[in-house]
Design a protein around this ligand. Structure first.
Ligand code: DHB
Ligand code: FE
Length: 281
């Protein structure tokens, strides 16, 4: 039987990927950003290596545009190549999928009344590849298959936090009914506070972000009820990416324990947050 034991959340700032690809991770500006991921890389190497990652991310008008806007989409292909976001595809490995688990998730979630879009051909952007680089480092091949789960947080209306949390809960039920003996991790990406455009560009709210990190731990589920307008006001227009962390949190069951936590400002325009949670349910 498959199981979800741990969840990881992390910002997915594209400049972090560029810093790694261009050999700048040791520079003064970047060193404190990457220092917060060293614990996680060691833990993954020594104890926490997943058999499969369900990677919750958002596409940034790379694979989807205004022609098609799936609210929740699941990548069911054999592989997913990094896409060209304007400077050529990142020099990172092609992501191997897990079609059997992806189709099982699609079946369970759709019959559980979540209307997932099923995608076979999908190129993935920084939303998915930067967290892989942060957690696994520079590698010739990613160490495990990945099921991409794309969420629309780019075009109004994104799904509510409550819907995202409930999707995570349904995902936990779905994984538990997959017959193979797999250690599955769910990763939530994006955030934390950031706004990339308009008069408030550059907005960071460290106090709000840290309260959000606090509340991911334990058994309270108040985060699921934060309305969109609060993300917008308090964390900037792109802070809404944090609803994807709630899918990860919902998938961990009633109660979580924090194994590691990191927060750093700035990285590009964004407050970088990262947390590793264990399910205690
Ligand atoms: C930045 C952050 C993001 O989450 C993103 O998707 C694009 C850019 C930034 O801080 O530059
Ligand atoms: Fe983003």
């Amino acid at each position: 039987m498959a199981r979800i034991t741990h969840g990881i959340a992390s910002s997915h700032v594209p400049a972090i990927g560029a810093a790694m690809d261009l050999g700048k991770a040791g520079e003064d500006y970047w060193q404190p950003v990457f220092a917060g991921y060293e614990w996680t890389r060691r833990w993954i190497r020594d104890a926490g290596k997943p058999d499969v990652v369900i990677l919750v991310y958002n596409d940034h008008a790379s694979a989807f545009d205004m022609n098609i806007i799936p609210t929740f989409a699941i990548g069911a292909g054999e592989k997913f190549a990094p896409c060209d976001e304007g400077w050529g595809p990142r020099p990172v490995p092609v992501v191997q999928g897990h079609p059997d688990l992806a189709w099982h998730l699609a079946q369970c979630l759709i019959l559980d009344e979540f209307d997932m879009t099923i995608i076979s051909a999908l190129e993935v952007d920084h939303g998915l590849t930067v967290p892989l680089s942060l957690m696994f480092g520079k590698v010739d091949a990613w160490p495990c298959p990945v099921v991409p789960l794309a969420v629309n947080v780019v075009t109004y209306p994104p799904p509510s936090g409550n819907r995202c949390w409930a999707l995570g809960e349904a995902m936990r039920r779905a994984v538990t009914s997959f017959p193979d003996n797999l250690n599955v991790q769910v990763w939530g990406t994006g955030g934390m506070s950031h706004q990339l455009q308009g008069p408030r560009a550059g907005l960071i709210n460290a106090e709000w972000d840290n309260r959000f990190l606090d509340r991911l731990v334990g058994d309270a589920d108040e985060l699921r009820h934060i309305p969109h307008i609060e993300y917008l006001r308090e964390t900037g227009s792109e802070g809404i990416e944090m609803v994807m962390w709630l899918i990860m949190r919902g998938a961990l069951g009633k109660k979580t324990r924090c194994l590691h936590r990191h927060y750093h400002v700035p990285a590009s325009n964004t407050a970088v947050g990262h947390i590793v949670l264990e399910s205690v349910a």
